[in-house]
Write a protein that binds this ligand. Structure first.
Ligand code: SAH
Length: 394
């Protein structure tokens, strides 16, 4: 097996069990390992540290499969998959939902591999040279361990480029009669489009938060900003909201939102869909002195990495400040950031600044996060990206 020797002192992150080795930490390698090939990571004293997949092009040159001296083969991956499925068996309630994240890459000790389950279909996303190298083996193991028959591949995320991988989508195993079908989430139904839906089809990470919102929405006038296909909107209506106004810049998303309301036999008379830019419409509503009892802000990623944090902070500040102004006293702001580059502490500071500049007093009632099917490894904090706050305007 090829070995990669690290520079002196650069083994520290591995000793803390962080799974990444950057190109600058490498002193020398045995020739040039192939894309995705398994390599041994050795300290400058040639001590074994970990076994990893090699990414010849990426700045993240190696990702650890294991810190133990054991073979990386089908059996190894079977055990990792079994461990990940075991966690979901404990945390995911199949009586009320049938769509979950089954494997969350580094956070489940399988760097580069994302597997989501939508009903009887698995959607696989391979993001790195290592997961690509083992993709066929992983696909077979996934079917064996879940008992399912179909895998659709959605390896179309931009980050593949950094690994020198072209996008790839299509059926990897089995058959699909339709790319669009309904899933169940906490007893509500949502149509998911595996080909064109965001991420692998749906924002599974918000499942628990959508249920929480349902519990809080009764008799409220709700504004759902960045509504996409209506995850929060449908839950607000199901929770007995008096009215829901949903905004998205995508006309297609708004159509799907209306379909999802109909799919659940919820009252369309209480719903309005508005196509437009949230930044612009919140200003317009402020000028018209409109007000709401509950406002949801679930924008797309403003800052993928810390480098864009400052610009992102201005974006979050802008919409949250306007939202605070539109909230009636006693109203709730349910606000999210999915920017990896903005941590929970910074996000809370931005929201505090927004309330201050809006001239309102507010309290945090609850901190929200990604659901337990998106677990966070203690050694890989990068896996935590979704943070949310429920704030009460006094
Ligand atoms: N809350 C949704 C997910 C939101 S995804 C759920 O639970 O499923 C972000 C959405 O924001 C996308 O649908 C995208 O079309 C929309 N969007 C992005 N920029 C926007 C803008 N400036 N104004 C309005 N919508 C925007």
């Amino acid at each position: 097996m090829p070995a990669v020797i690290l520079k002196a002192g650069r083994e520290k992150s591995l000793l803390r069990r962080h799974p990444w080795i950057f190109s600058g930490a490498i002193q020398q390698g045995d020739g040039e390992p192939a894309s995705g090939e398994t390599v041994d990571l050795l300290s400058s004293h040639k001590q074994f540290l970990a076994r990893a997949s090699y990414s010849p092009i990426s700045q993240i040159r190696a990702r650890v499969w294991t810190f133990e001296d054991k073979p990386i083969d089908a059996n190894f991956f079977r055990r990792k998959i079994q461990a990940a499925l075991g966690v979901r068996r404990v945390t995911c309630d199949e009586n009320v939902s049938n769509a979950f994240r089954l494997i969350y890459a580094e956070s489940d000790n399988l760097p580069g591999l994302i597997v989501d389950r939508y009903g009887d279909v698995l959607v696989l996303q391979s993001l790195t040279a290592g997961s690509e190298f083992w993709k066929e083996t992983l696909a077979d193991l996934l079917l064996e361990e879940t008992g399912l028959k179909t895998i659709y591949e959605r390896s179309d995320a931009d980050v593949r480029e950094l690994e020198g991988l072209a996008p790839h989508t299509g059926i990897l195993r089995g058959h699909l009669s339709s790319f669009v079908f309904p899933i169940t989430e906490h007893n509500l139904r949502f149509n998911v489009n595996l080909q064109s839906g965001h991420k692998t089809g749906f924002y599974l990470d918000q499942r628990a938060n959508r249920l929480r919102l349902r519990e809080l929405a009764k008799d409220k006038d709700v504004l759902d900003c960045f509504c996409y296909t209506g995850g929060f909107t449908v839950n607000a209506l199901a929770g007995g909201a008096k009215s829901v106004l949903s905004i998205d810049s995508s006309a297609d998303a708004l159509e799907l939102c209306k379909e999802n309301i109909a799919l659940n036999n919820l009252p369309a008379t209480r719903h309005t869909a508005l196509e437009g830019d949230v930044f612009h419409l919140l200003r317009k509503f402020r000028d018209e002195a409109r007000s709401f009892d509950m406002i949801i802000l679930d924008p797309p990623k403003f800052a993928p990495t810390a480098a864009q944090a400052e610009r992102a902070a201005r974006g979050y500040k802008d919409i949250n400040l306007l939202a605070f102004k539109l909230l009636r006293p006693g109203g709730m702001l349910v606000t999210f950031s999915c920017s990896g580059g903005v941590d929970a502490g910074l996000f809370q500071k931005i929201i505090a600044g927004s309330a201050l500049d809006a001239g309102v007093e507010a309290q945090i009632l609850e901190h929200l996060s990604q659901g337990p099917d998106h677990p966070i490894s203690l050694h890989f904090p990068e896996g935590a990206y979704l943070k949310g706050l429920i704030c009460l305007r006094k």
